[in-house]
Design a protein around this ligand. Structure first.
Ligand SMILES: [Zn+2]
Length: 304
């Protein structure tokens, strides 16, 4: 599926790229500043200052492109961010962060302590080898006309507005389940290159269990969008899982939840269909953390 028109995706890809470059430049500046000072673990005899330097506890998750990390910040942490993205920290110091499909090899977790001290923890993000298909046809330029954008713009705004909503949901703490099982007809990250010109990559996972098969919420959350008739997405559900993490479910034949409704993991939210731009009935499930696009497969593990 294409969530964005080629024009819009090109524009947002440029914006994302610019944001990434800015973040990397800052990370490098911080990293080189830090190398001027000895790191606590490299000292033979820790100084009092080094002993007091708290560290992030228990980084766990899928430290790879399209993956995520959970951890706990030291007690006296007042704020934290991954690169430029601020992290939500719960009452126990737990946080969630994630890595875009095109994330660089290293990102920094920055924490600011109550005493003003700052700690930058490097996180190594392993690269993936995405499914790339080179085709000898020209890239289609469709979906860029003014008339098309006039219809598309309110849809686009509704999606952006929904994804920006913060509901305080805590699904981000859970192990995700598959919304439905069936043949996987499209993997996350797959990309076509049209005579050297990259198309936008596949932003979710496609599951094709058959038309009308019920699908469920993969984790707890709040429905921030549930509307029929989007030109590309068709009948669309977006669920906020909290901490900046949200799921979108496209092409439904039927939606059985309403905006504002809280849903539990495993709760029926809609039925698989082929509404919007779809060549056949399937569920397209995409996951985003802020601007980062994530691989749902890394959240669920292999299909049972
Ligand atoms: Zn898809």
């Amino acid at each position: 599926m294409r969530l964005l028109s080629s024009a819009v995706s090109a524009a947002s890809a440029v914006a994302l790229l610019a944001a990434c470059n800015a973040a990397n430049a800052e990370d490098e500046a911080i990293a080189s500043a830090e190398t001027a000072q000895p790191m606590p673990e490299t000292l033979a005899a820790p100084t009092a200052a080094a002993v007091q330097t708290p560290q992030i506890i228990g980084l766990q998750g899928e430290l790879t492109q399209g993956g995520f990390v959970r951890g706990t910040v030291p007690m006296n942490t007042v704020s934290a961010r991954l690169g430029d993205t601020p992290l939500e920290i719960d009452e126990n110091g737990n946080f969630f962060a994630a890595f875009d499909r095109d994330e660089g090899a290293q990102v920094f977790l920055h924490t600011v302590m109550a005493d003003g001290g700052q700690v930058s923890t490097p996180v190594t993000v392993s690269p993936r080898s995405w499914q790339i298909e080179r085709v000898n046809v020209a890239k289609r330029g469709g979906g860029t006309s003014e008339a098309w954008w006039k219809k598309r713009e309110p849809e686009w705004n509704a999606i952006q507005g929904a994804r920006a909503k913060e509901t305080g949901a805590n699904g981000w703490t859970q192990d995700f389940v598959w919304p439905v099982t069936g043949r996987i007809s499209g993997r996350f990250g797959r990309q076509r290159i049209y005579r050297g010109e990259p198309g936008s990559y596949h932003s979710g996972i496609d599951i094709a269990p058959g038309n009308g098969v019920p699908f469920v919420a993969p984790a707890d959350g709040v429905v921030v969008l549930a509307r029929n008739g989007f030109s590309l997405e068709g009948n669309l559900i977006i669920i906020d899982h909290g901490a900046g993490l949200n799921s979108a479910f496209l092409h439904a034949s039927r939606i059985v939840v309403e905006e504002g409704q809280s849903v539990k993991q495993g709760q029926h939210i809609g039925d698989v269909g082929a509404s919007g731009r779809a060549t056949g009935p399937h569920l397209h499930w995409s996951l985003k953390w802020h601007d980062a696009r994530l691989d749902p497969l890394l959240f669920t593990g292999p299909m049972p």
